[in-house]
Ligand binder design. Sequence first.
Ligand SMILES: Nc1ncnc2c1ncn2[C@@H]1O[C@H](COP(=O)(O)OP(=O)(O)O)[C@@H](O)[C@H]1O
Ligand SMILES: [Mg+2]
Length: 277
Amino acid sequence: MSNKLVVIWGSPSSGKTVTTLKLAQALAAKSKDVLAIFSDPLCPSIPFLVPQFANKQRSLGELLSLPTLAQEDLFRYSLSIKGTPHLGLLGYKKRDHVFTYANYERERVVDMLTLARHTADVVLVDCVSYVSANLLSTVAMELADTVFRFHTCNLKSIMFYASNLPLLSDTRFQHAAQVPILSNLRPDQDSRTYGQVVGGIQFHLPHVQTLEQQTLEACLLDPLPSGKEAVAYQQGLAQMMQLIVPEECPPSAPVRTSTSVGQWLKKRLWKRRGERK
Ligand SMILES: Nc1ncnc2c1ncn2[C@@H]1O[C@H](COP(=O)(O)OP(=O)(O)O)[C@@H](O)[C@H]1O
Ligand SMILES: [Mg+2]
């Protein structure tokens, strides 16, 4: 299976959700078909990330509870963003809560993520911090090609990992595939000491005032301005993208002769995505 399944997981409020959206946007701008799945049922993400599109949204909870699941369902349930043809968003909708939908089984998550891989070039899963309480997050971490592990530069994050990393020590969680990132890093924070305590931090995503402002004003789809922090943040995104779709491995051209119905449907639907109102 060549298409990428990428998980963003980490400590609470470390920037997992906003960076998932920014990363998805950046990949879509490179003409990658991206499906970003927001797994949090406690605080549905799409209604605060892109409230202007949320009234057209269908719920991830409903999708996970369907009696059967097919590739078309992923398209029906993922939200297209006008002006961004390669991007689909899937998540819980406004007023959903943990009891809104029937419980789903592990097999349903495996099926959904497998279909998602066949549907998009890159599938991003924004996981909840309390990963063992959310089956979608747990299974996504097991199946992921890459897990970006978000840290914040404070004692709370150190304590979070002290409690939660041992829960992921089982080999099925592929420790080696995890890429630790120090996120939302402010200039006055001591990243060196944090890195020494935690170990393995690969790169930083700086605090960007405009990003926080965009979250507050619900305009996260807007581009970031060209300030120093924003440029460094974009460089961090570029490093993440390099690990997901390395520049030296350009996407191969589709093989026309062996196009399956699923691939045909995929191309047709992705092309329409974002073009319609
Ligand atoms: N790099 C950053 N620069 C500025 N603010 C950030 C950055 N990353 C996250 N934030 C802010 O931190 C808050 C929590 O982000 P969020 O993505 O919801 O965290 P999580 O999903 O990890 O709980 C939001 O207000 C967001 O705007
Ligand atoms: Mg979140």
